[in-house]
Design a protein around this ligand. Structure first.
Ligand code: ARG
Length: 338
């Protein structure tokens, strides 16, 4: 390996080297890192997404509306916060860990041009000091309170040590549609996080909303970074493939014993191929009702449609376990994960 590549490899591993609590511990700094350091990243990607043999990423947005309806699981799941997002990076730019301040600002401005012309009504809010769409700290906090805007990235050691959070808050911001169901984060862990949040009970509806937004952006002519095997290129290998994470906010008071045993829910979720996070996103806590963000873990080697199906099938099992735990279920669910 050339000396320059050795330096890049160190950069890729920095998040893990500096944080003992890392579960994955790497962030790509440029799309080509996935080829240059494939000896390391390939096995890691396959292990995380549980891929055996050689799989090439396929895409499929054919997701039924009216089928994955949460009230079928429990009639009380009438109004649930459902979220889906895809991570994207644009061809010709470095990935966030190795962007410098000028590149971050250039990228933000390129996106503002897209927002001005891409046809979905909405507004861009910038965190970049001096930007024409700049918002105050107070306004930013209000958007965080609504769970729209991402947190101050400098409070996350994984993001600071890897360089993802560098030059904060320059080149960072959020576009929000007028109806507040669609949003686009600029300059977080990936250059773009394209998101839909819908309050309701049909998982297919949130996919439709997200796909409409993604298609709108694609029509603007932006070309996303793609890898011939791994699909969409993302900063963290956990997002490679579809880049799609789909979740609901659900309450699991029985499994978590009123939020006091988060680990129990996390372990059960893991055994079902799901991830359970707190209400404020990654590394946040659950509340007294055991409210958790539940999503399938795999994003590579599955299509967008399969991510939704896995969430649906996982939720059926998880809510069943929640019901059992409520029926004095320690006895009944003690042996699910062995
Ligand atoms: N690098 C962190 C770790 O290894 C985060 C991994 C997954 N999360 C993410 N936001 N990419 O724990």
């Amino acid at each position: 390996m050339s000396e320059e590549d050795q330096q890049h490899f160190l950069d890729v591993m920095m998040g893990g080297l500096a944080n003992d609590d890392s579960s994955v511990g790497v962030y790509a700094t440029r799309p080509e890192d996935y080829d240059i350091f494939s000896f390391y990243l390939e096995p890691l990607i396959r292990e995380y997404h549980k891929i055996e043999g050689s799989t090439k990423q396929e895409h499929d947005w054919n997701i039924p509306v009216g089928e994955y309806v949460l009230t079928k699981i429990d009639p009380r799941l009438e109004k649930v916060s459902m979220r889906a997002r895809v991570a994207r990076n644009v061809k010709g730019f470095n990935l966030p860990p190795s962007m410098d301040k000028a590149e971050r600002i250039k990228f933000e401005n390129k996106m503002v041009e897209v927002f001005d012309s891409f046809g979905i009504p909405g507004k861009y809010h910038s965190l970049t000091p001096g930007h024409k769409n700049f918002i105050s700290d107070k306004e930013a906090d209000e958007l965080r309170h609504k769970h729209f805007l991402f947190n101050d990235m400098t409070t996350d050691n994984h993001l600071t040590s890897s360089g993802v959070a560098s030059d904060w808050p320059f080149g960072r911001g959020i576009w929000i549609s007028t109806d507040e169901t669609k949003m686009i984060w600029i300059g977080e862990e990936d250059q773009l996080r394209i998101i839909s949040i819908v309050q309701g009970n049909d998982l297919g509806q949130v996919d439709k909303s997200l796909h409409d937004l993604l298609t709108g952006i694609e029509k603007s002519g932006l070309q996303f970074a793609e890898h011939q095997t791994y699909g969409v290129v993302t900063t963290c290998p956990t997002n490679m493939g579809t880049g799609k994470r789909q979740s609901i906010l659900g309450k699991f008071p029985n499994i978590t014993k009123q939020g006091t045993d988060e680990k129990k829910l996390k372990d059960l979720a893991r055994s079902l191929g799901l991830q359970a996070r707190g209400i404020g996103g990654e590394h946040s806590n659950m509340d007294k009702e055991g409210t958790a963000d539940i999503s399938p873990s795999a994003r590579f080697g599955v299509t967008e449609a399969i991510v939704t199906k896995r969430l649906w099938e996982g939720l059926i099992k998880l809510y069943d376990l929640e019901k059992q735990a409520g029926e004095g279920g320690e006895r009944q669910n003690c042996c699910i994960i062995q």
